[in-house]
Design a protein around this ligand. Structure first.
Ligand code: KG4
Length: 345
């Protein structure tokens, strides 16, 4: 895109968990999206907060430099800096938030705070050259499923989102990761369960499904049912997991996906909304993506499944949310602290 003196250029920064990200958007077009992931956590079977914030400190400067360089943008050309303010790990957030504050103050440009979860939803509006661009129209429903959240959200506008239902205990991603851990499959468990499930029989085992009223979810009972089932079988056959890991993965994944889709279907029917989007890390799951496609056919939904690189934590979604807010002059003061636990703000 040719440069224009009135161009609005937003730098997005993401550091809520274990991915350090920076991205640049000019006039609504994504120019760069750089992510540094942290392999250090693999040996511990989960994200270690202290190690995550140390790695963010090492990564943030080179990641931001790379994003600006790939975009062909000088820092002096930036119009504003959008950053993930929360929710997430406090030590991780502080690195991105402090960096954004320092850079915005030095350049004398405004700062834009972004809620990480809203960022995941607004990933559907990312527009990059050479990529298909077909965003949902408002209002639409979004199933947001990640390691920390499982929510059904009615998105009325980019800045008007209503939580229709959410998990009352564990998140779907957490339940999947836990099952992988119990089976001794390694971390992160989601992609491993996904791979195994493709080779297994989803009807081989049955686990007790939750019965929660309304549009809310619960995954802790399913997790426990899996654990007890496995414990009993391993007593009879110590190699049970090794002999049945594909079927276990396929059956457990099916239980999670069926649970997610049942409430989403109910919400879509009751609210009479047929535009349905998927967001968050678990949206990479093949079984869930297939279930979305089946629902689209059966219930005439228009579905929106993000590109893989926009489903996991990334800064493109933060820059995109920031771009919307910039147009509405929604800036935040320098004092704005990071927040770890607010789900939607
Ligand atoms: O949104 P996200 O990248 O990060 C946070 O929650 O912060 O989501 C990560 C979650 C993890 O639980 C991971 O195991 C899960 O997404 N995940 C998957 C797959 N890829 C990632 N779960 C199932 N199937 C996958 N292919």
């Amino acid at each position: 895109m040719a440069e224009n003196v009135d161009s609005k250029i937003i730098l997005g920064i993401e550091s809520s968990c274990d991915d350090t990200g920076a991205a640049v958007i000019r006039d609504g077009m994504l120019l760069s999206n750089v992510t540094a992931s942290q392999a250090v956590h693999e040996q511990y079977g989960g994200v270690v907060p202290e190690l995550a914030s140390r790695a963010h400190q090492q990564n943030i400067v080179p990641v931001v430099d790379a994003a600006l360089k790939q975009a062909g943008v000088e820092r002096e050309q930036l119009s504003a800096i959008a950053f993930t303010r929360g929710p997430g790990l406090m030590g991780s957030l502080l690195v991105g938030v402090s960096f954004a504050k320092g850079m915005a103050a030095a350049l004398r440009i405004p700062m834009i705070e972004v809620n990480h979860l809203q960022g995941h939803i607004l990933a559907h509006f990312i527009h990059a050259e050479g990529e298909e661009f077909c965003p949902p129209e408002f209002p639409f429903l979004c199933l947001l499923v990640s390691g920390g959240n499982s929510q059904i959200i009615k998105v009325n506008a980019y800045n008007d989102m209503q939580i229709i239902g959410q998990t009352i205990d564990d998140a779907a991603g957490e339940a999947i990761d836990k099952a992988a851990k119990v089976m001794g499959l390694g971390y992160p468990g989601g992609p491993i369960i996904d791979r195994l499930a493709r080779q297994g029989n989803p009807l081989a085992f049955q686990f007790s499904k939750p019965h929660i009223p309304g549009y809310d979810y619960s995954f802790s009972g399913l997790k426990t049912s899996f654990l007890y089932n496995l414990r009993d079988r391993v007593k009879e056959d110590p190699d049970f997991v090794e002999h049945h890991k594909e079927d276990l993965a396929a059956s457990y994944e099916k239980a999670v996906v069926d649970t997610l889709m049942a409430k989403l279907r109910l919400a879509a029917r009751d609210l009479k909304i047929r535009q349905v989007a998927l967001a968050g890390g678990v949206s990479a799951n093949t079984g869930l993506r297939n279930a979305f496609r089946e629902h689209a056919e059966k219930y005439h939904w228009k579905i929106f499944i993000p590109k893989f690189s926009y489903t996991t934590d990334n800064a493109a979604m933060i820059a995109q949310a920031g771009y919307f807010k910039y147009q509405n002059h929604e800036f935040c003061p320098m004092e704005a602290p990071a927040y770890s636990r607010v789900t939607m703000k």
